[in-house]
Design a protein around this ligand. Structure first.
Ligand SMILES: *Cc1c(COP(=O)(O)O)cnc(C)c1O
Length: 402
């Protein structure tokens, strides 16, 4: 296996004296007792030099934060109760009335909805940009722009942008860039090497791996940025449950194995679907002909001599979408989804169960940025751990009903 997996297994942890178990202890607390008033006054919640209150951190949350930094190549981390709340923390840390935030037109839907509702109501402007056209981002950055969201691959439509180029544009304009790194998960590429300032991650997906935890993280490499994030996190009172942290700590050492297993089957099924007459386009960044494939190859592809493990052929998550021929109506594609037996209808991804969701992309896009080129219905698949043969047979029987 890879060095990353080794580091996640051998990551330092000091157990209580006389109890030399490698699994980190699970500590629960609201109150933390101080020895005296001087100690109470001296401890600073921002600095992680001691414990002040359960909401500000426990040995258990600090351990997960450090391991997530190892995963993503960052230096500081805060945990939040969901991936969406991690996004909200970043927005509230860096935006105030009069500012502007830019989001890719294919951003995670709830990120756009938050910007168009709460942020707009607070006098924060939002604009969407074409993530596949770095010049479009550069042209939209103005004097009020304080934050740019990045996503690779884009949500649902899976276009893979030239992430280093987008991050470099933000840097050149001295605008903070925040990547939603849920798809890459710290496995497909190193977010900070790509030049982003902040990585927000829905731990709900691959780090949890079980479909049973909601959690998010915000990782930075710069102390000043981290302190802004930490202050917003602290003032908003976003805490995480110790048992949820425990579940993520338990799953983390196997994340690379799981990511690779999802990837292998997703690529095989996407390739198989590409050859089907019912499908006009498969959207999977590791497949040739998918939008941004060359960008994926440049960022995530690895030659054989460079690495082992999940990065052997370049890593991609277990997600892909297909666009049906427009001779199939929304109702008939709905029937296809309903007919699937192993693929369940449901949101999210990263767990053992394969999931499917049909989307109406035109309604999710700002058409003034870039028009969606397809007329047919889009369906997104998230591949779990069922066998490839069983999933293919399930797709085949449902396609036969079209
Ligand atoms: C799921 C997801 C989120 C939000 O995570 P939750 O824990 O469900 O709030 C954010 N971004 C992306 C890309 C996601 O897939």
């Amino acid at each position: 296996m890879s060095d990353l997996q080794t580091r996640l297994i051998h990551h330092p942890y000091t157990p209580p004296e006389g109890f030399a178990a490698p699994q980190p202890g699970v500590y629960k607390a609201s109150t933390v007792i101080f020895a005296n008033v001087a100690q109470m006054r001296a401890r600073d919640w921002q600095q992680k030099k001691g414990y002040t209150y359960g909401l500000h951190g426990t040995p258990t949350t600090f351990t997960l934060e450090e391991r997530l930094c190892e995963l993503e190549g960052g230096k500081q981390c805060v945990l939040s109760p969901s991936g969406l709340s991690a996004i909200a923390i970043v927005n509230l840390a860096f935006l105030k009335t009069g500012d502007e935030v830019l989001l890719p037109n294919n951003a995670y839907g709830p990120n756009k909805v938050l910007a168009e509702n709460e942020l707009k109501a607070w006098g924060i402007n939002c604009q969407f940009y074409d993530s596949m056209n770095p010049a479009d981002l550069a042209a939209r950055i103005g004097t009020r722009t304080r934050l740019v969201w990045l996503e690779a691959a884009g949500s649902v439509t899976m276009e893979f942008p030239d992430l280093p180029a987008l991050a470099a544009i933000c840097r050149a304009h001295k605008v903070t860039s925040a990547l939603d790194n849920t798809w890459g998960a710290g496995i497909a590429f190193a977010p900070f090497e790509a030049g982003v300032d902040i990585s927000a991650h829905a731990l709900t997906k691959y780090p949890s791996g079980g479909g049973d935890v909601l959690m998010g993280s915000v990782i930075t490499r710069d102390e000043a940025l981290h302190l802004k994030v930490k202050a917003a996190h602290m003032r908003l009172g976003y805490g995480v449950g110790a048992n949820d942290v425990e579940a993520v700590l338990r799953s983390l050492p196997s994340i690379e194995l799981r990511y690779r297993a999802h990837d292998v089957v997703a690529r095989a099924l996407a390739t198989w679907l590409k050859a089907r007459d019912e499908i006009v386009q498969v959207l999977h960044p590791a497949l040739e002909g998918s939008p941004g494939h060359a960008n994926w190859q440049a960022l995530c592809g690895r030659s054989e001599k460079e690495g082992e493990g999940a990065q052997h052929q370049g890593a991609a998550a277990g997600l892909f979408s297909v666009v049906f021929d427009d001779k199939y109506s929304t109702a008939s594609v709905d029937r296809f989804c309903d007919a699937l037996k192993l693929f369940k209808l449901g949101y999210s991804w990263g767990g053992p169960l394969s999931l499917v969701v049909p989307y109406d992309i035109a309604s999710m896009r700002d058409a003034s940025v870039a028009a969606w080129p397809y007329k047919g219905v889009l369906v997104r698949f998230s591949i779990g751990f069922e066998s490839e043969a069983a999933l293919r047979a399930d797709l085949e029987q449902a396609l036969a009903l079209l």
